[in-house]
Structures are given as C-alpha cells and as structure tokens.
Write a protein that binds this ligand. Structure first.
Ligand code: SME
Length: 162
C-alpha cells in the first residue's frame, strides 16, 4: 500500500533520477531500481526485464541475483504478463503453478508492463517481489504505471543502452 503523498514523492524523485543527463541511461535505470528498493521497504527485489524477440531479458535490478535472466513469453508471472498483455498482481506465489522462483523468501509479486507511450506496444516490464503475502495492491500498480511510462519515454529517446 502506497499513499498519495509517498507516490508523489517517489514519482518526483524517479523523474529526477531519469533526467540526470550526466549519467548513461543504463546507470540512471540502475539508480532508479536502487531508489525504489531503498525507499519502499516492501520492494524486496526490483528489476526491469526487456522484451526482445519473444523473450524477456533481465536488465537492471536490485536484490539477490536470479537464475531467470531470460524468460520466454508465457512462462512464470513475468511471461504471463506479456502473453496476456496485462499487469499481474500475485497475492501468494505459492498458489501459482506457473511461477518461476527467484528466491525462497518471495511470497508475492507484481509485474507492470512498460509500454510504448503512443502505440501501447510492450517494451518490457518492472518486476517486484515481496516477502509478505499480499504485499502489493492497486496503489503499487498505479505508481509503477507512472514510472514505467517515464522509463519508456527515456529508452525511446535515448535507446536502452545495454
Ligand atoms: N518470479 C518471476 C521470475 C522473475 S524473479 O521473480 C526475479 C516469474 O514467475 O516470472
């Protein structure tokens, strides 16, 4: 749960990080992941996957390293978001069959799609894991939707810079 005051603060800070023109795009995205992780205690693992040729490829992230650096569309929560063209909020990952475990501590997950601002085409996604059941709700989705839009504009203007 993220209240309006916190959401406003996080969006302003995220914009400042993404607009820091002295840093490479890749560095700005890494800083953004670090900021979200540090500012929002329920964001235990947070990262970006880019959609490339029907596969999700792990980009910048903060949290424990994951073996899931490439995820085919349709697999896991991340791949389902792309296959269904829909953000995902999973209250309890232990109740899912189509789930790829990154960490045994993870209990809930949210995936918000990064879309082309004009066409809606999926460019990637922000994936967040939490250690509590039901850590994420519509307020997290609304915040991540705004941040995803800012990320999309940045990478479209400058390239992903991988
Ligand atoms: N749990 C995800 C895989 C990515 S990790 O959470 C970082 C999934 O089921 O797609």
């Amino acid at each position: 749960m993220i209240d309006d005051t916190l959401a406003t603060e996080v969006i302003l800070q995220a914009e400042a990080i993404l607009e820091a023109s002295e840093a490479l795009v890749q560095e700005r995205l890494q800083r953004l992941m670090q900021y979200l992780h540090d500012r929002l205690p329920h964001f235990h693992w947070v990262g970006i996957y880019w959609l490339k040729d029907n596969e999700l490829v792990l980009g910048p992230y903060v949290g424990a390293p994951t073996e899931h650096v490439r995820i085919p569309v349709g697999r896991g929560v991340c791949g389902t978001a792309v296959a269904e063209n829909m953000n995902q909020i999973v209250e309890d990952v232990r109740k899912l069959d189509n789930y790829l475990a990154c960490s045994l501590e993870t209990r809930s997950e949210i995936v918000v799609l990064i879309r082309h601002p004009n066409t809606g085409k999926i460019l990637g996604q922000i994936d967040v894991d939490g250690t509590e059941v039901g850590a994420f709700d519509e307020s997290d989705e609304a915040l991540l939707d705004v941040i995803s839009e800012r990320v999309a504009r940045l990478v479209l203007a400058h390239g992903i810079g991988l």
